[in-house]
Design a protein around this ligand. Structure first.
Ligand code: UD1
Ligand code: MG
Length: 452
């Protein structure tokens, strides 16, 4: 969508967050508020995206420069209000002839399609401004849409509203599309209000005074325009996102046993027939296949899990897990773990940067790190790869069809051939050829007992 530029306001301190972090850097489902807005806007491919920075500008600019390439930054040294913030972008947009979308950096749930409708509508109706509004149950804290004979007259902020105006349930979303009259209008805004700030909302009445056309469109879903000003609103937005996600999943054949007691990130991909039990936390970057079971207090992030797998009370981050894998209860699958088809990782076992190939088992109390385990390997209880010498990490390689008895230490670097048998209690310090039996433990001695 061409012919518009976006101005995102993100200079405010966000005092109501009670935090040293700039408000727009607070995360909603793992993603900073500002990035949600940037993402929604970017989909529409505007001619310019300008972010107005102020409080904590270094933090926001560093973050945004790292994740999006084409953002222009302007700075509002003193936070004198939303109109003053937009004024700072005049030097970039003065000669720009398209629409100017102004949006706060604290409305993360806004949809691109809603923004597109707003921009199109402003152009189609040849309005100087179109305000996006919403009818809400609780309008407290928002600017109210004041109408006269059904037409938008002005916007009044909570602190400046009369008792009657406070009753109004239609609110200003903080999202507007302006035409080129914006700049001359901004110069007319005065800080005549309770906060002594320059309010962008005052442009509405000013434009009307100029005899310009001002328009209003209301969004259907009030959740889209929820502004995040404090942690309660942030928590509420988390719930909105989660509930929406769970509804979508339920509709596509996924069971969530207790929707109030499971967290599923907005970006999770889950296959049909999978059952999510109470207590599960699915963080960002997760895909789970069909007909899986995820049960107990399991945490999963940045991982891919294949069909028919079972995860019980486990912590999984940064793993690629094939089909029919069983993990847990109480396993820790760390980054770089690659688990093949039908692998079993059991209670109190940990894997890290480890390939465990198909049909292999690490059933009890083991640590397998910096390792490659072949197919059909049985790792006995309490087996440890001693991968760290205090300075460097070293690899352990265990060939297919090997059998590792209980309580074995592999002092890496070490390589075990195929079909080897490692006796229980061995501390293996040297490579073992294929098909051999190794016993690396002190011999048992039986001595006469000295009676006391
Ligand atoms: C604003 C609107 C209100 C609307 C609500 C919707 C005004 C005066 N009020 O109120 O009508 O209902 O959003 O969520 O615009 N900012 C700057 N520089 C400043 C001040 C603010 O960049 O000097 C930025 C903030 O970082 C924020 C955005 O502008 O991203 C909105 O400011 P905020 O303080 O959240 O305004 P609200 O009180 O929510
Ligand atoms: Mg706000």
């Amino acid at each position: 969508m061409k012919n518009f530029s976006a101005v995102i306001l993100a200079a405010g301190a966000g005092i109501r967050m009670k935090s040293s972090l700039p408000k727009v850097m607070h995360k909603l489902s793992g993603k900073p508020l500002i990035k949600w807005v940037v993402d929604s806007v970017s989909i529409l491919k505007p001619d310019n995206i300008i972010v107005v920075l102020g409080c904590g500008s270094e933090i926001v600019e560093k973050y945004l420069s790292g994740v999006s390439g084409n953002i222009k930054f302007v700075y509002q040294k003193e936070q004198l209000g939303t109109a003053h913030a937009v004024m700072q972008t005049e030097k970039v947009l003065k000669d720009y002839v398209g629409g100017v979308l102004v949006i706060s950096g604290d409305v993360p749930l806004i949809k691109s399609s809603t923004l597109a409708s707003l921009i199109k509508s402003n152009k189609k109706t040849a309005s100087a401004v179109t305000v996006l509004s919403a009818k809400v149950e609780n309008s407290f804290g928002y600017g109210r849409i004041v109408k006269n004979n059904g037409f938008l007259e002005k916007i009044v902020e909570e602190k400046d509203a009369s008792v009657a105006e406070k009753q109004i349930k239609e609110i200003n979303s903080g999202i507007y599309c302006f035409d080129k009259n914006l700049w001359k209008t901004l110069s007319k805004v005065k800080p005549n209000n309770a906060k002594k700030e320059y309010y962008i909302t005052d442009t509405v009445a000013i434009l009307r005074g100029f005899g310009k056309k001002i328009s209003l469109i209301a969004v259907k879903d009030e959740n889209e325009v929820k502004g995040i000003n404090n942690r309660a609103e942030l928590a509420q937005a988390e719930l909105i996102l989660k509930d929406k996600k769970i509804k979508e999943l339920l509709d596509t054949g996924i069971s969530v046993i207790d929707a109030n007691n499971a967290h599923i990130s907005y970006d999770a991909r889950i296959g049909r027939g999978t059952v999510i039990y109470p207590g599960v936390f699915i963080d960002t970057g997760v895909s789970i296949g069909k007909s899986c079971t995820v049960k107990g207090a399991s945490y999963i992030a940045n991982s891919k899990i294949g069909d028919d797998s079972i995860i019980l009370y486990s912590y999984i981050d940064g793993a690629i897990i094939d089909k029919k894998v069983k993990i847990g209860p109480f396993s820790h699958i760390r980054p770089g773990s690659v688990l093949g088809n039908n692998v079993k990782i059991g209670n109190f076992s940990e894997t890290k940067k480890a390939v465990i190939s198909k049909n292999s088992k690490v059933n009890h109390l083991s640590y397998i790190g910096d390792a490659h385990v072949g197919e059909d390997v049985n790792i006995g209880a309490g087996t440890i790869t001693c991968n760290y010498d205090g300075i460097n990490k070293h690899r352990t390689i265990i060939g297919s069809k090997s059998f590792v008895g209980s309580n074995v230490n592999f002092v890496a670097p070490v390589k075990i051939g195929q079909g080897a048998l490692i006796a229980a209690g061995s501390t293996v310090t040297r490579d073992v050829p294929s098909g051999k039996l190794v016993i690396a433990r002190a011999k048992q001695e039986i001595k006469r007992r000295i009676k006391l």
